[in-house]
Design a protein around this ligand. Structure first.
Ligand SMILES: Nc1ncnc2c1ncn2[C@@H]1O[C@H](COP(=O)(O)OP(=O)(O)O)[C@@H](O)[C@H]1O
Ligand SMILES: [Mg+2]
Length: 255
């Protein structure tokens, strides 16, 4: 085991829904602070389930999970709330608030955190402009395309500079050029200290990133060749640095 606490650690984790078969089997992994992994595998392999376990939407059927160095099995539900606040999530089905504008959806995490309006306005606008939605700030999600909604969901997940960013197929609804632009945004987040796990069935995008890949097949983690091994990269930044608000500083001023 490494000398510093892993951001996410699974030990022989199994997961079943109800009385169904195990959809994840014997998953062991350790994600270091500052790491950036892709999670690949065919539809039904268990990617979303694995992410749901990480972002605390599910408890495992067996095995141990620790997050931010804390063993989750010992924690009560209410003790999970502060941990959840440190996680940014891009849901596969977006989960935007339909009656709020794009701007208000993205501003929400900052407002919840008590950021003053004067401080958040410029950052929210800048980020939405950066993901190509400059002319959609006042639009409500149901009036937008899937790709546009997906970019709002990404902006909302990253705006408050979470310690951990979990994204479930975040480029599934955008074209290749936008997918690369979003990959660049994720890289910037990582440079500023955010740990990332991104599920995708776009093996090309994962390969292009050069990041380590966790590959699921039928509920099992494959330890394949070099690219698929969980080689921890040296932390590019201390997890503590994420306390600053990247979304309010450098990001998305990307040249
Ligand atoms: N809420 C659920 N109840 C029962 N089975 C589920 C549920 N969610 C997912 N599954 C099953 O778990 C397996 C893995 O699904 P999922 O994690 O969504 O895979 P992926 O994201 O890789 O497509 C699939 O066989 C799926 O049918
Ligand atoms: Mg999925």
């Amino acid at each position: 085991m490494s000398s510093f606490a892993a951001m996410v650690r699974f030990e022989n984790v199994g997961m079943r829904y109800g009385r169904g078969p195990e959809v994840l089997r014997d998953i062991s992994l350790s994600l270091e602070p500052g790491s950036f992994h892709f999670l690949t595998g065919p539809s039904g392999a268990g990617k979303t389930t694995l992410l749901r376990l990480i972002y605390l939407a599910e408890r495992p059927s067996r095995g141990l999970i620790s997050l931010f160095g804390k063993d989750l099995s010992g924690l009560a539900r209410r003790e999970l709330t502060p941990l959840r606040r440190r996680i940014g999530i891009v849901f596969q089905d977006f989960r935007l608030i339909p009656h709020l504008s794009a701007f208000d959806n993205v501003a929400l995490p900052l407002r919840v955190a008590g950021t003053p309006e004067s401080k958040l306005r410029g950052n929210v606008r800048e980020l939405l402009e950066w993901v190509g939605l400059a002319d959609k700030l006042e639009a409500n999600p149901p009036t937008l395309s899937g790709g546009e909604q997906q970019r709002i969901a990404i902006a909302r997940a990253v705006i408050a500079s979470p310690s951990l960013l979990i994204a479930d197929e975040p480029t599934g609804n955008v074209d290749d050029a936008m997918a690369l632009r979003l990959l660049h945004l994720f890289e910037q987040m990582n440079k500023l200290g955010t740990t990332l796990v991104i599920a995708t069935h776009n093996a090309v995008l994962a390969a292009r990133s050069g990041r380590p890949v966790l590959h699921l097949e039928n509920g099992e983690l494959m330890r394949g060749p070099v690219s698929a091994r969980q080689t921890p990269r040296p932390p590019s930044a201390k997890a503590d640095q994420t306390k600053g608000h990247a979304g309010q500083n450098k990001e998305p001023a990307v040249s």
